[in-house]
Design a protein around this ligand. Structure first.
Ligand SMILES: NC(=O)C1=CN([C@@H]2O[C@H](COP(=O)(O)OP(=O)(O)OC[C@H]3O[C@@H](n4cnc5c(N)ncnc54)[C@H](OP(=O)(O)O)[C@@H]3O)[C@@H](O)[C@H]2O)C=CC1
Ligand SMILES: O=C(O)CCC(=O)C(=O)O
Ligand SMILES: [Mg+2]
Length: 744
């Protein structure tokens, strides 16, 4: 892959977005080619990343390049233009499933060593660890984040509001978080006065020094934090919350981000599993250990490992697991029909999407009987959990949000260069022994230290100065361009954010703020302030750190638009290039299931349409390519028309789906190009396509609809067969022929 000035790199990812790409890429190429733009693809799916890592094991024809590393390098190039679709941030169970599929497909890659003993196994685990969790986004996000609902999308939501369930003031739903012993309680922070290298070490009570991380290079002005979560406090908290839920008869749910926080949150999740099923773990502890059960991978790990046991033993374990439920509260379900609960796998309930979905549903999650119920939402770490309680309080008092009248809340998020907690996984450790955890510079000076105990989770977070300056600049720009007030959600009582506040105040002085309304508020106040405006139809930019960026860019869009898929998500790369993410959510695994069973893809590619328009516009501006600008403008017009005509995919099989929606976009895009007069070449080129699609609209729509309702085979989950996928995703011969004729 070579990137020239007129290249757009389009990522191939996983699950629903990968399927949608199979039909969208031929469309994009048909249009972009007329502006001399090459659209090259770059496969960064979990499967491709596994194969790229273990290339040395593969036959020549099976080898794939390390595309992610290449894209990472390209982020430093000012001409780079990447369209990035959501990808799987794999939990261990997802990675293991992908490995099994690839092995079955004839790829000679090693098993995942869950409990590595030999040096060889340890080396394999190290290689696989690079693929676990949020391994893609932090590499590509070499810029801060600008996520918002474009005006046309907001207009659409007002005209065609999604369903919102009622909130009752009597709802028992609430958030439970720790009040001590968590990261928030222990956080220490400092700003570096000069660049230095540090290491992270543990001095045990026995006097041994264990180096956990041998080198982290820090820059002048960088903010670093040291914080830990006490295992004892966490376990006591879980015990208390489970007992409280059982006594008061409210359903229990757990919300973490085990994918992105790939070291800390699986451990946090695992303790919940072990405590909920404490009696079974006590009785079968030795057996579980022999079998290699890892509670951090959820109850699915137990079921997976006991599969090889003799039937009588297996039944005994299952009976004992079931018996635990007698002393425990009802658990929220992911799939009640299949008996899959919230504690089954760490990647099924991901806090950024799960809490908004619950709030949208009137504060309810699904119970084992398939009915929606109030829930105690356990979010152990208190730092950011409180914003959800504030929103819940607001809904109990004011009722559900009204999408036809509510304001919008765009976000400017600090994200660049692995900022804050989301960049911390290589500096997060489960503490092996009681002692003092310290960050020490190479001259032996202790920068930060704290007393920790065996099993505590200790981490160091960083945020560099340049990204903070860039974030403040982006916030001021967005406030200026949108005319909205901007609120920095920063809590002066949190050491890290107190340091950030100092920098924000300093860097704001670089700008003329006349006429702008820029404020700094603690998170809970910021939420309240924003919500009071939201219900009055007023818009407010949230300017936040990395975690709240993630949380708020699902939370507000899901209330305002029904899904975060409709967000415009731009990452102006600090080196000058552009990365255009599609939507703000994930890869929607449920959608793949529906496609395979019923050949209906409900994935909405609106995020891709919006990203493509800004990507084309970026090419147009940076290279003076007027045709690219016209393509961008007409694409936006087409997207507007698609929304006006309510031609987004329907969730129901038999109705318009992703393919149909992409067809209508192409029709309107070609019509808009044929109608414009600014560029005669484009007009002449697209007139025949517009004509062919207009004349055949009914025929194509019927061809796209007729295939639905039957099961299809995509030839793999993590590595589907591209030919089969293409045949399924491009089933209209008439549409294919029209595109092909336009490509010439
Ligand atoms: N940027 C990234 O790369 C991100 C990746 N992820 C990854 O995605 C996977 C799933 O995460 P999860 O938390 O379940 O979140 P998702 O956002 O994938 O799914 C939640 C729900 O949102 C709806 N949804 C999301 N996108 C669309 C779309 N384009 N069109 C229509 N509906 C949409 C679907 O609702 P319904 O089923 O009702 O249609 C879906 O079930 C994980 O592997 C996670 O790691 C998650 C977030 C961001
Ligand atoms: O990278 C990930 O794992 C998820 C990213 C995400 O949820 C987001 O950026 O909104
Ligand atoms: Mg998110």
């Amino acid at each position: 892959m070579t990137a020239s000035k007129s290249t757009i790199i389009y990522t191939l990812t996983d699950e629903a977005p990968l399927l949608a790409t199979a039909s969208f890429l031929p469309i994009i190429r048909t249009f972009a080619a007329q502006a001399g733009i090459d659209v090259v693809q770059s496969d960064i799916s979990v499967a491709a990343r596994i194969l790229g890592e273990f290339s040395d094991n593969l036959k020549p024809e099976q080898k794939v390049p390390d595309n992610l590393a290449e894209l990472g390098r390209l982020t430093q190039n000012p001409d780079t233009n990447i369209i990035k679709l959501p990808n799987i941030s794999a939990s261990v169970p997802q990675l293991v499933a992908a490995i099994r599929e690839l092995q079955a497909g004839g790829y000679n890659i090693p098993d995942f060593p869950e409990d590595p003993k030999t040096d060889e196994e340890k080396a394999i685990l190290k290689r696989y660890s690079k693929i676990i969790g949020s391994a893609v986004n932090p590499v590509l996000r070499e810029g801060n984040s600008d996520r918002r609902a474009p005006a046309a999308v907001k207009r659409f939501a007002r005209k065609h509001p999604h369903s919102m369930s009622k909130w009752s003031p009597a709802s028992r739903t609430h958030v439970s978080h720790m009040h001590g012993g968590d990261f928030y309680a222990s956080e220490k922070c400092m700003t570096l006065s000069k660049a230095c290298d540090v290491k992270m070490e543990l001095v045990t009570k026995a006097g041994e020094t264990i180096v956990l991380k041998n080198k982290v290079s820090l820059l002048q002005g960088e903010i670093i934090d040291s914080m830990f979560m006490s295992k004892k406090a966490l376990c006591a908290f879980y015990e208390e919350q489970m007992e409280d839920a059982r006594e008061t008869g409210v359903m229990l749910s757990l919300h973490v981000k085990a994918t992105m926080m790939k070291v800390s949150h699986p451990i946090v999740f695992g303790h919940a599993v072990k405590i909920f099923y404490k009696d079974a773990f006590a009785k079968h502890g030795k057996l579980f250990e022999e079998l290699g059960v890892n509670a951090n991978n959820g109850l699915s790990s137990v079921y997976d490992k006991i599969a090889t046991l003799p039937e009588s033993k297996r039944d005994e374990v299952i009976k004992d697991l079931h018996a635990c439920h007698e002393h425990r509260p009802e658990l929220a379900m992911v799939d009640s029909a299949k008996g899959i609960s919230n504690l089954h796998a760490p990647n099924d309930v991901i806090v950024d999407a799960s809490m908004p979905a619950m709030i949208r549903l009137g504060g309810k999650m699904w119970g084992a009987d398939g009915r929606p119920k109030d829930t105690k939402a356990v979010i152990p770490e208190s730092t950011f959990a409180r914003i959800y309680q504030e929103m819940i309080n607001f809904c109990k008092t004011n009722g559900a949000f009204n999408p036809t009248t509510m304001g919008t809340v765009p976000n400017v998020g600090l994200m660049a260069q692995k900022a804050e907690e989301y960049g911390s996984h290589d500096k997060t450790f489960e503490v092996p022994a009681d002692g003092v955890a310290r960050i020490v510079d190479f001259d032996g000076n202790v920068l930060l230290e704290q007393n920790v105990e065996e099993g505590d989770i200790w981490r160091m977070c960083q945020v560099k100065d340049e990204p903070i300056r860039d974030w403040v600049k982006l916030a001021v720009n967005r406030a200026r361009l949108s005319g909205m007030p901007a609120v920095f959600w920063l809590d002066e009582y949190r050491p890290h954010e107190a340091e950030l506040i100092k920098k924000v105040k300093t860097y704001l002085k670089d700008y003329d703020l006349t006429g702008l309304d820029i404020q700094i508020m603690s998170q809970v106040r910021a939420m309240r302030y924003t919500l009071e405006r939201v219900i009055r139809g007023k818009d407010t930019i949230s300017v936040t750190g990395n975690i709240l960026r993630d949380y708020l860019t699902d939370l507000f869009p899901i209330m305002e638009l029904g899904t975060s898929a409709k967000m415009l998500s731009i990452v102006p790369l600090m080196a000058g290039g552009g990365m255009f993410e599609t939507g703000a959510g994930g890869s929607a695994p449920k959608h793949v299931k529906q496609l395979v069973e019923e050949n209906h893809l409900r994935w909405d590619s609106l995020g891709e349409f919006l990203a493509l328009a800004v990507s084309l516009e970026d090419v147009g501006i940076k290279t003076g390519n007027n045709k690219a600008k016209i393509l961008a403008k007409t694409l936006d017009d087409a997207t507007g028309k698609l929304l006006d005509n309510n031609q987004s995919p329907s969730p129901r099989t038999g109705e318009l789906d992703n393919r149909g929606s992409q067809f209508y976009l192409s029709l309107y895009w070609a019509q808009a190009l044929a109608a414009q007069t600014e560029d005669a070449e484009l007009q002449a080129h697209f007139a025949p396509l517009a004509k062919a699609l207009t004349e055949n609209e009914q025929k194509i729509a019927a061809e796209l609809k007729d295939v639905q309702g039957k099961a299809v085979d995509i030839g793999g989950y993590f590595l589907p067969d591209p030919k089969k996928v293409e045949a399924i995703m491009c089933p209209s011969a008439t549409f294919n022929a029209a595109l092909s004729a336009a490509r010439g």
